[in-house]
Design a protein around this ligand. Structure first.
Ligand code: ACO
Length: 318
């Protein structure tokens, strides 16, 4: 089986909403500057009692419930993150314990910054293929970031951009079109030392992103033997609305296919793509048989693109 199917999604969204006006009371900025430069209107920060672990567990719990699967059917569990609750146990191990996933499966965190969810999905697909266990044919992949604890709240050039969230997806091997494109270019344009804060050369990252995004989308479309017209959705990392607009312009694409939700969450790094997938699924806009492309880019610098299909909810016999 060459393809990869998205079976179910979930999200763990923290409760504290922080608007651009709230940010303008912390640093010298304005709703007008943030909205026009980035498309971000608000973000979520973890409130008391919420953290990277609780968000990841909630997202994974929702994805498992939405799949209707018994936890015993999960063949690997990965969490993409640069900001887990602990260095060890990993976020993925916290999820495994809380959800009662099997013990004889690979469970690990993975760090590829904002491309982490695509890297995680690609690694999960490889693990499912190499283990080839008919009893456990599903992968649980989570993207989770608590970036609020890594931000310098006096640096207006970064603190207005990021937010906290987790998203999760359950995948299985399938027939159907598939392609993956992963890459990295060691570069200090985004640097996060142990404990923070996030340091970023915004315009260097912007230049990288407007090149990497359309290039990776083009690569995976070519490899999957599809045209942009044959895709139902393109779900990009939600860093900046203008980066996605550049890609749309470069590829002369239909803007309606490019999902955007950074207005409500800001840049949530590895969580942004699975949260977007979950919003599409919850609102009935992801239906079985659809073809989607997901494209991430970010710290490392890294990028990752994937073409996959939307699968049906498993039946009781599956
Ligand atoms: N409010 C008001 N003014 C600001 C703010 C702010 N929050 N931040 C910066 N400014 C000022 C700057 O000081 C500068 O002022 P000056 O001209 O007087 O020096 C001016 O605004 C312009 O700053 P630029 O950095 O040139 O603004 P730009 O239009 O490039 O937008 C931004 C900055 C939004 C960061 C953009 O470069 C961007 O989105 N970059 C990509 C970031 C990204 O995609 N990151 C993804 C990966 S993150 C990860 O992997 C963890």
């Amino acid at each position: 089986m060459e393809g990869f199917q998205l079976i179910a999604t979930g999200a763990g969204i923290p409760s504290r909403i922080v608007t651009n006006d709230d940010m303008s009371r912390i640093v010298d900025t304005s709703d007008e500057w943030i909205t026009t430069r980035t498309g971000i209107r608000q973000r979520r920060f973890c409130a008391e009692g919420e953290d990277a672990g609780s968000m990841a567990i909630e997202a994974a719990r929702q994805a498992l419930a939405n799949s209707g699967l018994d936890p015993a059917r999960i063949g690997c569990c990965l969490c993409a993150t640069i900001a887990a609750r602990y260095l060890t146990p990993t976020n993925a191990c916290l999820i495994q314990q809380e959800l009662g996933l099997p013990q004889d499966i690979p469970v690990l965190d993975i760090n590829a910054a904002c491309s982490g969810f695509i890297y995680g999905a690609a690694v999960a697909r490889g693990l499912l293929a190499s283990r080839n266990d008919p009893a456990r044919p599903y992968a649980l992949v989570v993207g989770c970031e608590q970036l609020s604890r890594l931000m310098d709240m006096t640096d207006r050039s970064t603190c207005v951009l990021f937010g906290d969230a987790a998203g999760a997806a359950i995948f299985k091997l399938s027939d159907g079109p598939f392609a993956v494109d992963l890459g990295a270019r060691g570069d200090m344009a985004i640097k996060v030392p142990e404990g923070g804060p996030i340091q970023m050369d915004g315009s260097a990252v912007f230049r990288f992103a407007v090149d990497a995004l359309p290039r990776s989308l083009h690569t995976v479309l070519q490899e999957a033997g599809l045209t942009l017209d044959q895709l139902d959705w393109v779900v990009c990392h939600q860093a900046n609305s203008r980066i996605i607009d550049h890609c749309i312009k470069k590829l002369k694409a239909d803007p309606a296919k490019f999902y955007k939700n950074m207005d409500r969450y800001g840049n949530t790094s590895a969580a942004s793509i699975p949260v977007a997938l979950h919003e599409l699924a919850e609102s009935g806009r992801l239906t079985p048989g659809m073809r989607i492309a997901c494209i991430g880019f970010g710290g490392g610098l890294t990028w990752g693109g994937m073409v996959l299909t939307v699968g049906p909810r498993p039946t009781a016999q599956e």
